[in-house]
Design a protein around this ligand. Structure first.
Ligand code: CP
Length: 318
């Protein structure tokens, strides 16, 4: 063990309890991996299952790549054909995978806080597995949040005083929940924008809601959010939704893009709805860090997984 400060956690399910120094340690570690720094050598095998009960391109494959780079062994689990289709509970499924030898589960699930019964086990429950949350319903998205923080830190070198606008489908977005709290905690000035019907005043404690045209020329970071139709069942605003109208009222078109500050950036968790949240031909524009976010995601997920290996003393890491 060298004298560097490493983050160490038993599970990684939320950013709620992360302290700024822990976030900085994770960013430093991810930046180290990005520079080509050596990965720690595992002295015993560690087995990981990636359980994605919701679709994913970025998060699933990025965790897969991070696991390979760290030398973890993935046990492929086909969630669509597991015995959960016969009624087996999530807890029992994990208990069985744990008994088979899986040490870590990276999981995405549509239920908010699905991880609570898995990390707070009761008497007679023996689940001994690290849980890494890859997104829960409209709850939390810790790895997206931390790769966003890394990307903003890489561009600006700091967070204090940065003006950040979180724009769009805020109520339904787990990215928004994690990012509003984290940007606020790290000293950024948070603003919100988009349709008022997808904003809840309970978020006022983190920042101020303003029309997009009052924000585009003032903020340093535009954190756009995907419109999440899959979570709108029963939402009275879904029926009247039109892509054209959303783009016109809230989207980043060329006019709004040209009004942004010279050094300002756009981040978006993806997938992007072209010509809804952002003009299609601006996705890879100079101010858009969309691809950089995904590049950084692999290194941040390595740092997160390593912190759980250390927290659980897996692979001989401490
Ligand atoms: N940002 C994000 O979670 O993307 P995926 O759904 O593709 O993983």
């Amino acid at each position: 063990m060298d004298d560097r400060h490493y983050a160490a956690f038993k599970n990684f399910v939320s950013v709620e309890n992360l302290q700024p120094d822990e976030v900085q340690a994770l960013i430093d570690r991810a930046e180290y991996f990005k520079r080509g720094g050596a990965v720690p050598k595992l002295t015993s095998p560690v087995y990981v299952a990636n359980l994605f009960f919701e679709n994913s391109t970025r998060t699933h494959n990025s965790f897969g790549m991070a696991e390979r780079k760290l030398g973890l062994t993935e046990l492929p689990v086909d969630t669509a054909h597991s015995s959960m289709s016969k009624g087996e509970t999530l807890y029992d499924t994990l208990l069985m995978l744990n008994a088979i030898g899986v040490n870590l589960a990276v999981m995405r699930h549509s239920d908010n806080a699905y991880y609570e019964p898995l990390i707070h086990t009761k008497p007679y429950q023996h689940l001994d597995m690290g849980i890494v949350n890859a997104g829960d319903g409209s709850g939390q998205h810790p790895s997206q949040c931390l790769l966003d923080m890394m990307t903003v830190h890489e561009h600006f070198g700091h967070f204090k005083g940065l003006k950040v606008a979180i724009v769009g489908d805020i109520n339904y977005s787990r990215v928004a929940k994690s990012n509003m709290e984290m940007f606020n905690k790290l000293g950024a000035e948070v603003y919100f924008s988009g349709p008022e019907y997808w904003y809840d005043h309970k978020f006022d404690k983190y920042g101020k809601f303003l029309p997009i045209d009052e924000l585009v020329d003032k903020v340093d970071v535009l954190n756009l959010l995907r419109v999440q139709h899959e979570r709108h069942a029963g939402d009275p605003n879904e029926a009247g939704f039109s892509e054209e109208s959303y783009f016109k009222k809230y989207g980043i078109n060329h006019d709004r893009y040209n009004r942004m500050k010279d050094n300002a950036v756009i981040i978006h968790p993806g997938p992007i709805n072209h010509n809804v949240e952002l003009a299609g031909d601006l996705v890879e524009s100079p101010k858009s860090l969309y691809v950089t976010q995904v590049v950084n995601g692999v290194f941040m997920r390595m740092a997160m997984l390593e912190s759980v290996l250390r927290g659980r003393h897996l692979g001989g890491l401490e």
